[in-house]
Write a protein that binds this ligand. Sequence first.
Ligand code: ACM
Length: 200
Amino acid sequence: MRIAYLQFAPAYLQVEHNLRAVEQLLTGVEADLIVLPELFATGYFFRSRAELLSVAEPVPDGRTTHRLARWARELEATFVAGLPERDGDRIYNSAVTTTPSGYRGRYRKVHLYDKEKTLFAPGAHGFAVFPFETANEEAYQLGVMICFDWYFPEAARSLALQGADIIAHPSNLVRPDCPRSMPIRALENHVFTITANRYG
Ligand code: ACM
């Protein structure tokens, strides 16, 4: 199985620009699973709820999820990527999963970090693991958590106890101690973890 992660510097609120930038970077990538950062097409440090609302999308019927479904089909890969999800009056910091067959599911971030609490609603459905297959029909169990979830060992533990082989971890790292902690999450839970950060 081949896994890729894509890290880049998103331009704040420039969703179409960022989607095109990612599409270019994906050219020629061959992988079964591709992980993108948290809020990958919008930027992370929202100055106001109004600005966040201007880029929040319904899932699965939003532009970013549609694009992720197309990339999954074209590259024959599974994608995990973060976006701001609008559901009625609420906005969630979510990660969606798409496969060559289309949209597969979403995870809503449980542990919101710092000012995220003034912008997003916390996910209320906890952590879940789902079965996936590579293009060669190798089966694996995939769990998803988002950035600051790493700070709470129970997040990765809960995914591991549900049978996760791999934890995809879209991120916008703020604290410096995550890169030292994720290998420990992997070791103590006997799972592979893939953290995809933005840069810039
Ligand atoms: C974070 O959870 N993006 C720090």
